[in-house]
Design a protein around this ligand. Structure first.
Ligand SMILES: Nc1ncnc2c1ncn2[C@@H]1O[C@H](COP(=O)(O)OP(=O)(O)O)[C@@H](O)[C@H]1O
Ligand SMILES: [Mg+2]
Length: 241
């Protein structure tokens, strides 16, 4: 469980982004975070694993305060994997090494086991034939699937995804969303910032609608798309559909 309490994030005195967010993410559920650009979605999920440091408030993962100076951030990021819009692969490493690297460095696995595990994980995302390629030889959809395999290698409890398909064309979007959909049934907690309304509708257990640095609404997809609670959400939906 991730418990967020009174989270504020200011980038400066003038740029105050997150405004008193309190929310609890339950284990094993899939959350889609939607909302207009600039509303603070990226800032919010980056605060969850301390890629951005909250200005105030607390984030707790399994009873451990994430944003405390004594917290081991490597451990936290092992538990909370992240997938970015622009993949962030290591360009000088082939695909299998991209996945094996953290298994050796972070999990302390020996090389043979790490590569064996990497190849298995890449098989799970449909990339068995690509393990020897370098990132520049892959399509965007393939790159993103490598990034997902790499995040899963840490056996995280939580997978954070920040617009994982927004750099992809529709066909590649479909293949990446299929992988994420498969993961949503595995007990992993997923928090996915997305503009893909069909994904939000079909896969998410809950939709969080964010606007101007706040979670305006949390609903099931059914409630959200048929009977949103707030005018702001209704307006957003009508602009999206
Ligand atoms: N590193 C940063 N420094 C200053 N301002 C930032 C930074 N990152 C984001 N912002 C600002 O914070 C606001 C929210 O941005 P962001 O969290 O990226 O929103 P979203 O992901 O919903 O589009 C925007 O006004 C953006 O310009
Ligand atoms: Mg963003």
């Amino acid at each position: 469980m991730i418990k967020v309490e009174h989270l504020y994030k200011n980038y400066s005195d003038k740029i105050k982004v997150l405004k008193d967010i309190s929310f609890t993410f339950e284990d094993g559920k899939t959350y889609a975070i939607i909302g207009s650009s600039g509303g603070g979605k990226s800032t919010f999920i980056r605060c969850l694993n301390m890629l951005e440091e909250p200005t105030s408030g607390t984030i707790t993962l399994d009873d451990e305060v994430v944003n405390s100076p004594s917290t081991d951030l490597t451990k936290i990021r092992e538990k909370m994997g992240m997938v970015f819009q622009n993949f962030n692969l290591f360009s000088h490493m082939d695909v299998k090494k991209n996945v094996a690297y953290a298994l050796m460095k972070v999990k302390g696995m020996d090389e043979t086991s790490a590569y064996k595990k990497a190849i298995e994980l890449l098989g799970n995302v449909g990339l068995s034939h690509r393990v020897d390629s370098y990132p520049h030889q892959l399509s965007g959809g393939e790159k993103q699937r490598v990034a997902i395999a790499r995040a899963l290698a840490m056996e995280p409890e939580v997978l954070l995804c920040d617009e994982p398909t927004s750099a992809l064309d529709p066909e590649m979007t479909t293949e990446v969303l299929k992988v994420l959909k498969g993961l949503s049934h595995t007990g992993l907690t997923m928090i996915v910032v997305t503009h893909e309304m069909n994904f939000a509708k079909e896969v998410a257990d809950y939709i969080l609608y964010m606007d101007k640095g706040q979670i305006v609404e949390c609903s099931t997809p059914e409630e959200f798309f048929t009977n949103a609670k707030t005018e702001r959400a209704k307006q957003f939906i009508s602009n999206m559909l």
